[in-house]
Unconditional design. Structure first.
Length: 228
């Protein structure tokens, strides 16, 4: 497991400089709309505590913080130092929203129990070797009545989802895209949609589920307590 974790850290350090641009291109622009859909479920109020696990370059968290003009506690956590360097530079260039950027492992969150009102992991959970443990960690740091928002690629079962994954596999074999072969590899290692739902529902009531691209992309919203 440790070797896999180190591989992931090195990989994301390597691709950090062009990660956002190429991820959007590989998804044919879908990435932006999927992030918007997930962020719509993050109904953050001024003063809330928000954690983004596997925040990458901080695109999602900056959008969330801007919606409440930075009035809250916003923490972006990633194990890639290069990704966080970009996040910090972007934060400074836009005037900053008081976001705390922390280099740490999402599988062992360095926070006390019941710290955050909102925890999200967007396209990061499948890259964690012990993703089920990571889920439990996210639940642990949620406050009572806190929300968990997971957005990720899952192992598709339907024909269209499988065809889309096959397309990604072909495209990432093009010259210069070698590191992005990790996308189809990580999906193949990860859970199916029903398996992800079962893992989340074992810890928290699931409030909403949405799928795109034949079940390849899945959004799951859960709440610590009854769904509103």
């Amino acid at each position: 497991m440790e070797a896999e974790n180190e591989h992931q850290r090195a990989l994301f350090n390597d691709i950090a400089k062009d990660y956002d641009e190429r991820s959007v291109a590989l998804s044919w622009g879908g990435l932006r709309s999927w992030h918007r859909a997930a962020c719509a479920w993050l109904k953050i109020a001024p003063g809330d505590h928000v954690l983004d696990v596997g925040c990458g370059t901080g695109v999602v968290l900056r959008r969330c913080a801007a919606r409440v003009e930075g009035r809250g506690t916003f923490v972006g956590l990633d194990r890639s130092a290069a990704m966080l360097d970009i996040a910090r530079r972007c934060d400074r260039s836009t005037g900053g929203a008081g976001i705390h950027w922390i280099e740490a492992d999402g599988q062992n969150l360095p926070f006390a129990d019941s710290t955050f009102d909102w925890v999200t992991a967007q396209f990061s959970l499948r890259n964690m070797a012990e993703w089920e443990h990571a889920l439990r960690e996210m639940v642990r740091v949620l406050k009572p009545a806190g929300h968990l928002v997971i957005l990720d690629l899952v192992r598709p079962r339907a024909g269209f989802g499988r065809a889309a994954l096959f397309y990604i596999n072909l495209v990432t074999r093009l010259p210069g895209l070698g590191p992005y072969q990790e996308i189809p590899r990580s999906v193949t290692r990860f859970a199916t949609g029903p398996q992800l739902l079962t893992a989340i529902d074992a810890a928290l009531p699931v409030c909403a589920v949405k799928e795109w691209v034949g079940g390849l992309v899945m959004l799951v919203v859960a709440r610590k307590g009854l769904c509103a």
